[in-house]
Ligand binder design. Structure first.
Ligand SMILES: Nc1ncnc2c1ncn2[C@@H]1O[C@H](COP(=O)(O)OP(=O)(O)OP(=O)(O)O)[C@@H](O)[C@H]1O
Length: 701
């Protein structure tokens, strides 16, 4: 780009000022913009090295993760704005940066070249970009002065920044507190005064969205408070819309009326409680408002009081009815219950109310609380400490959108974890696309991942083809065996992860993709990185949240039993055979074995055993030879360790599935200190099923 002579003159003039200022104690800065002059003064007082500019205050991954969590809403709201700003300037060597109110960089997005130049200054996530750390700069100076500012070339206090131009604007919460700032930085010769305008508009867009988020969460909180209060009172509370239809009710109301929440909702209030009491309030207005009505229904009478809800313009929006059992002496007009599905105490539920069925129902029907959502982590069988720790981390991973790195031996369940994280995340409606990086031929890996445009190579489809990234848009891309990805592809992958956009092979335009990446490997990536087989920058890019999945041999006998039981049932179902028991000696041998192939190997061994067994018990002789030998060898070394349930060891040589199940439940209960929910979750069954089994096995204590 040709730099205009005016700009060159301005730069030369600024350079003179800068040189004069840093070399002399007294230098007249009256000609310089006052915000910049004050900033230079502050930097001098803070003894910032004017000949430097490379940041040496950088927070590591742990602190950064805490900061991401602390600034979660800001990051979520800012992400789409940052992307749209970036796409507007993409290809012009600019980068967009979000920092928190302490000047710590939370997020960067930019062209590869610019990010690489920035990296040389440590201008990257975790770096502290305040004035006292790196001198006058748009971020630090905007945060200090509280105003949007553009700082170009020699206006920066440190000489390393003189080739940069930066524009930053503070982002404030609705009360005016600065939450951070948004910055756009790029080469000095591409400086444009409009950049600042764009950044100010983007910061305002973030502020606007933050206000909306905040009022939404305040509203949710107010609603929660209200629901909690409503559910803790003893009186029945019923909400009615302006047409007299019940829209909601609390638990006591359902109990008093003997109707479930689901049934009550949608019924006509008058139909349930009789008379015209609701219509009186809703149509005739205030005359009946707040008055008590007695509803007659053996064996007791209910007092009902209705209050209308009015809009600001005075129109009636609905009503709230409060009902309670009539205490002696309560007076009021009498209404009669005329219909609805009533539950008579001690008797069956009737479908036709005859006008006298309104009673207090003590048991049975409870208000329909929202049913518990299915837990995707229930599919991960195991209750040992290491697997529970991994599941807990995975749960956290599901709640955020950071890249996840799954480490674990082959067959240990990395894909099971990846799918569970996807299913528990807010991307569950989007696609889950698994890619095995090791099995892709090196010539095809690029087009497989990024797609290709029409006619880009012989044999290519005429209209081109989407790659896995595009296919995973809005969902999750599972990059299995990432440690086997060729080095040149690693560079391309890094670029896509940074830019959140792909360019198809043979294509010319960037296609934005919204993909969450979960990577997995059974290799020691750190070692791979040190030996130059894995790119350092990619390693740190994907290693945001690392989950180590323990090998089966480290998960203890409890997990082995649980998995064996689970797999025996599912394999039998798949093969269309009855479920088999497993001989305790065989079970012991399984526990002796070191399981290099982990759960996958266990599943294969059990399938083989089921296939070759003729009766309903599998024994040691059904085990593969190599496993028998290996287990015997290790037993010889390690002594006798039994994993068979205690009660089966004494007399009966065969462990029934029930014995195994009882033992597994006992261990899981112990592991979770008797907590039913967590035990049920770890065992992969529902709480009610667990209660049933505790009763069956007499494990209630
Ligand atoms: N905790 C678990 N609960 C239930 N099934 C499991 C568990 N762990 C693994 N499996 C089963 O074991 C098999 C192998 O698991 P998975 O494919 O997830 O392993 P992996 O670590 O991704 O293997 P690889 O490294 O070879 O790709 C699958 O059939 C999976 O269903």
């Amino acid at each position: 780009m040709v730099v205009s002579s005016t700009r060159l003159n301005k730069k030369k003039k600024l350079e003179k000022y800068w040189e004069g200022f840093i070399t002399s104690d007294k230098f007249d800065l009256s000609q310089l913009n006052s915000t910049i002059a004050s900033s230079w003064q502050r930097c001098k007082e803070a003894e910032v090295n004017p000949l430097g500019g490379k940041c040496d205050r950088i927070f590591g991954r742990d602190r950064l993760e805490q900061l991401w969590e602390a600034n979660r809403i800001l990051l979520e709201v800012a992400a789409p704005v940052i992307e749209s700003v970036y796409y507007t300037v993409q290809g012009s060597d600019f980068m967009v940066v979000l920092v928190n109110n302490e000047g710590i960089i939370l997020k960067t997005m930019g062209d590869y070249q610019t990010l690489s130049s920035a990296e040389r200054l440590n201008f990257r996530q975790g770096a502290v970009w305040t004035e006292d750390s790196v001198g006058t700069n748009a971020i630090g100076t905007s945060l200090t002065s509280g105003i949007p500012i553009q700082i170009t070339g020699p206006e920066h206090f440190c000489s390393h920044h003189h080739v940069w131009t930066c524009s930053a604007a503070p982002i404030r919460d609705p009360e005016g507190h600065v939450l951070g700032c948004l910055d756009m930085s790029g080469p000095y010769d591409k400086m444009h005064p409009h950049t600042l305008g764009m950044i100010v508009a983007a910061a305002q867009a973030i502020e606007y969205q933050l206000r909306r988020e905040l009022s939404k969460s305040e509203l949710e909180l107010a609603l929660k408070k209200l629901t909690t209060a409503v559910d803790t009172v003893n009186d029945g509370i019923i909400y009615i819309n302006k047409d007299g239809i019940i829209t909601d009710a609390n638990i006591p109301a359902c109990n008093l009326l003997g109707l479930s929440h689901g049934k009550l909702k949608g019924m006509r209030f008058n139909h349930v409680l009789g008379g015209d009491i609701a219509s009186g309030c809703l149509t005739a207005g205030a005359s009946a408002n707040g008055e008590d009505f007695i509803i007659s229904a053996p064996p007791g009478r209910l007092v009902c009081s209705i209050k209308t809800i009015t809009h600001n313009n005075g129109t009636i929006g609905g009503a709230v009815a409060v009902i309670r059992i009539q205490k002696n002496g309560a007076k009021g007009p009498v209404s009669y219950c005329t219909g609805g599905k009533m539950k008579v105490a001690g008797g069956p539920r009737t479908d036709t109310g005859s006008g006298n069925g309104l009673v207090r129902s003590s048991g049975g029907v409870s208000a329909g609380t929202t049913s518990r959502q299915a837990n995707p982590f229930n599919g991960i069988i195991g209750c040992s400490r290491p697997i529970c720790a991994a599941i807990n981390l995975a749960r956290r991973a599901a709640a955020c959108s950071s890249t996840v790195l799954l480490l674990g031996e082959s067959g240990s369940g990395k894909e099971v974890f990846a799918t569970s994280i996807h299913m528990a995340s807010d991307r569950r409606q989007g696609p889950f696309i698994p890619v095995n990086c090791a099995s892709l031929p090196s010539g095809l890996i690029q087009s497989e991942l990024f797609g290709y445009s029409g006619g880009s190579f012989t044999g290519a489809k005429r209209d081109g083809q989407q790659g896995k990234f595009e296919l995973a848009n809005g969902g999750t891309l599972f990059l299995d065996e990432i440690g086997d990805m060729p080095l040149d592809m690693q560079a391309n992958l890094l670029r896509v992860l940074q830019e959140k956009a792909v360019m198809r092979v043979g294509g010319s335009k960037m296609i934005p993709v919204d993909v969450r990446v979960i990577a997995a490997t059974n290799k020691d990536l750190f070692q791979e990185m040190q030996q130059g087989r894995f790119r350092e920058d990619l390693f740190y890019r994907i290693n945001v949240l690392c989950i180590e999945i323990p090998p089966l041999r480290d998960r203890g006998a409890g997990d082995l039993q649980l998995l064996t039981q689970h797999l025996l049932v599912s394999i039998a179902a798949r093969l269309g055979r009855p479920v088999c028991k497993i001989d305790s000696a065989a079970m012991e041998m399984l526990a002796e074995y070191h399981w290099p192939g982990n759960v996958r190997e266990l599943a294969n061994v059990l399938e083989q055993m089921l296939i070759i067994t003729d009766d309903d018990v599998t024994r040691v002789e059904h085990l593969p030879r190599y496993l028998q030998k290996s287990a015997r060898d290790s037993k010889g070394l390690a002594g006798q360790v039994s994993c068979a349930p205690e009660e089966s060891r004494s007399s009966n040589p065969v462990s029934t599935l029930e014995q195994i199940e009882k033992q597994a439940i006992r261990e899981a209960l112990q592991c979770f200190g008797g907590n039913i929910s967590r035990t049920a979750q770890a065992l992969g069954i529902g709480r009610n099923t667990l209660y049933g089994k505790l009763k069956k096995y007499d494990l209630n204590d």
